[in-house]
Design a protein around this ligand. Structure first.
Ligand code: A3P
Length: 309
């Protein structure tokens, strides 16, 4: 609890500098025109590098929220043949964006060279009832990446993210047990729990895409040992092997792997890998037991098991 409280304090002291991931910034690949340096507000006078163009994605990271989607995208972006969208586009899950049409969607993509593939990630797609049909309508042979972690752990991570967002927006917060339990029973309508019902969401995707088109990344393994997971993704996307052990180093302070690429070292934003609050043991057991059957059903659907308790 002490670490959780101290990180809450840190957050309050900091200046909330990072934009939420869905806030649109200029797509990656743009270069600044001469004379623009130091300009605080980005203007449309930015020019794309010669020989580049914007393309609809070749692959989409569809989720799951808090599964490690940012880590996966940033790590995949090490690959010289990958152009990753800078922000979450929310095209297939937000109606107000979907009505803008595919041309608008393409315009949100990074500028890429002809030898590169475009990858976008929006974790909300996995749990969106509309997203699978819409993505299929755009490209039925698209390759989908789904990163999952222990669904109980994911619930706590989801709560933690909302908790910090509410703090930032000076909204009241509640203890996790207040969200997980209603009238003495597990509150199965709590959105964070609903999002962890992987079997329910997966069934919807499998109505539109064969399993071989959905590569599942083990988010728990990605935290402990990212390279093998990234190598599997390279093979799934038919990319030559260009991501190596030297691209990762463990940062003791952050407690996570960080990225070394093009002579630069960087860790994920501080909102990734935050300490979780302690959860009452009885409530946690109730949650685990509720998710157990859903996990089994999910294993059956995908023909693979995970070490989720
Ligand atoms: P926590 O912050 O709860 O630990 P997403 O990007 O989908 O929101 O997922 C966030 C999660 O990515 C983090 O959840 C963290 O556990 C996980 N993660 C995986 N690899 C990471 C890395 N190298 N650095 C930071 N977080 C990482």
């Amino acid at each position: 609890m002490a670490t959780f409280l101290s990180s809450v304090l840190l957050l309050v002291l900091r200046t909330y500098a990072a934009p939420p991931e869905h806030v649109q910034v200029w797509p990656g690949g743009w270069t600044q025109a001469p004379g623009e340096a130091g300009n605080e507000t980005l203007t449309p006078s930015l020019v794309p590098p010669p020989g580049t163009a914007q393309h609809a994605p070749h692959s989409i990271i569809i989720g799951v929220r808090k599964g490690g989607t940012r880590a996966l995208l940033e790590m995949l972006d090490i690959h010289p043949e990958v152009a990753a969208a800078a922000t979450e586009v929310h095209f297939f899950d937000w109606d107000e964006n979907y009505v803008r049409g595919l041309e608008w969607y393409r315009e949100q993509m990074p500028y890429s060279y002809p030898h590169q593939i475009t990858v976008e990630k929006t974790p909300g797609y996995f749990t969106s009832p509309a997203a699978p049909a819409r993505i299929c309508a755009m490209n039925p042979s698209i390759k989908l990446l789904l990163i999952l972690r222990d669904p109980t752990e994911r619930v706590v991570s989801d709560y933690t993210q909302v908790y910090f967002n509410r703090l930032e927006n000076r909204k009241p917060v509640q203890a996790i047990e207040r969200m997980l339990v209603k009238n003495g029973a597990l509150n199965t309508r709590y959105k964070a729990i609903q999002r962890s019902l992987y079997d329910v969401h997966m069934r919807n995707w499998l109505q539109y895409f064969p399993l071989r088109q959905i590569h599942i990344v083990d988010g728990d393994t990605l935290i402990r040992d990212p390279l093998p997971e990234l190598q599997r993704v390279e093979r799934f996307l038919d990319l030559p092997p260009r991501i190596h052990a030297s691209n990762f180093y463990f940062n003791q302070t952050k407690g996570f792997y960080c990225i070394r690429s093009d002579g630069h070292e960087r860790c994920l934003h501080e909102s990734k890998g935050r300490p979780h609050p302690p959860v009452n043991g009885t409530v946690l057991r109730q949650l685990r037991s509720y998710l157990r059957q859903h996990n089994r059903d999910f294993y059956r659907l995908i023909g693979r098991t995970f070490n989720w308790h």
